[in-house]
Design a binder for this molecule. Structure first.
Ligand code: NAD
Length: 235
């Protein structure tokens, strides 16, 4: 039997690992709406002070000490069982890979990489953070002197076209599409749920709060992800 399940995850799958989401009740933006400006490319490029704060935030990010939880592990098991068509994530925290998932489509990039906005040179976050710790508050690109940024997608930045295409193909080629821990408000990621459902897939949403796509779903589960996912995916 060919793998028939495509999964889209969002920040909600990592809250039980201690990484806050953006829009949940304890979300970073729920508590401090002004924090959103740090995630807009235009502001990042224009404002050196915002970049300095952003590097300090990167240094202190919960992802460096977080451990995968039962939700991440259940998805790694699904792949191991040969039932997963694709795991698509909006997360940047690398916890799916640390849980054992081999193939992860990272729609919004990764916290583990750094990209130069000038020449596109790609380096490791650990090297950039070592420079920040050594006193460079806003480390420039070592090749061209350009502005460095974590290799994550900010508002105002396009997704990698090839990565998005892989995600769209997986949404179109599944029997069941799970949307897990995502408010389904960020496009084009959220649109994958609609694409799958319109193409005849069974849409299952696992999220604590309502989403704009609940009406399209065959099943909506509002329980904590780490508690329900292992049993839900075991069947
Ligand atoms: P979001 O913050 O918009 O929504 C998260 C949803 O998860 C909320 O609706 C919340 O109610 C639900 N949720 C939280 N914990 C839950 C739990 N334990 N059980 C069930 N539901 C739970 O997140 P999003 O839709 O992923 O979009 C936000 C963007 O933020 C994405 O682009 C993502 O890249 C980025 N982000 C990533 C991380 C991360 O990598 N862990 C963390 C914060 C934000």
């Amino acid at each position: 039997m060919s793998p028939s399940i495509t999964v889209l995850t969002g920040a909600g799958i990592s809250t039980e690992s201690g990484i806050p989401d953006f829009r949940g009740p304890n979300g970073v933006w729920t508590k401090d709406p002004a924090a959103q400006q740090m995630f807009t490319l235009q502001n990042y490029v224009a404002d050196p002070e915002l970049r300095r704060r952003s590097w300090q935030n990167r240094r202190a990010h919960a992802a460096w000490t977080a451990e995968p939880n039962a939700g991440h592990l259940a998805l790694a098991d699904l792949e191991l069982a040969g039932r997963l068509r694709a795991l698509i994530t909006q997360n940047i925290d690398g916890l799916h890979q640390r849980a054992g998932s081999q193939e992860v489509i990272e729609l919004h990039g990764t916290l583990y990489g750094v990209e130069c906005l000038g020449c596109g040179d790609r380096t490791e976050m650990s090297d950039a953070l070592a420079r920040v710790e050594a006193g460079e508050q806003d480390p420039p690109c070592l090749l061209c002197g350009g502005i460095l940024k974590s290799a994550t997608i900010s508002f105002g930045q396009n997704l990698d076209t090839a990565v998005l295409r892989r995600a769209q193909s997986a949404a179109l080629d599944c029997v069941t599409f799970f949307a897990i821990g995502t408010s389904l408000t960020v496009q084009p990621a959220a649109g994958l749920a609609r694409l799958a459902a319109r193409n005849g897939a069974r849409l299952v949403i696992v999220n604590a709060e309502p989403t704009p796509y609940d009406d399209l779903a065959e099943r909506v589960i509002r329980e904590p992800i780490g508690q329900v996912l292992p049993a839900l995916l075991a069947g």
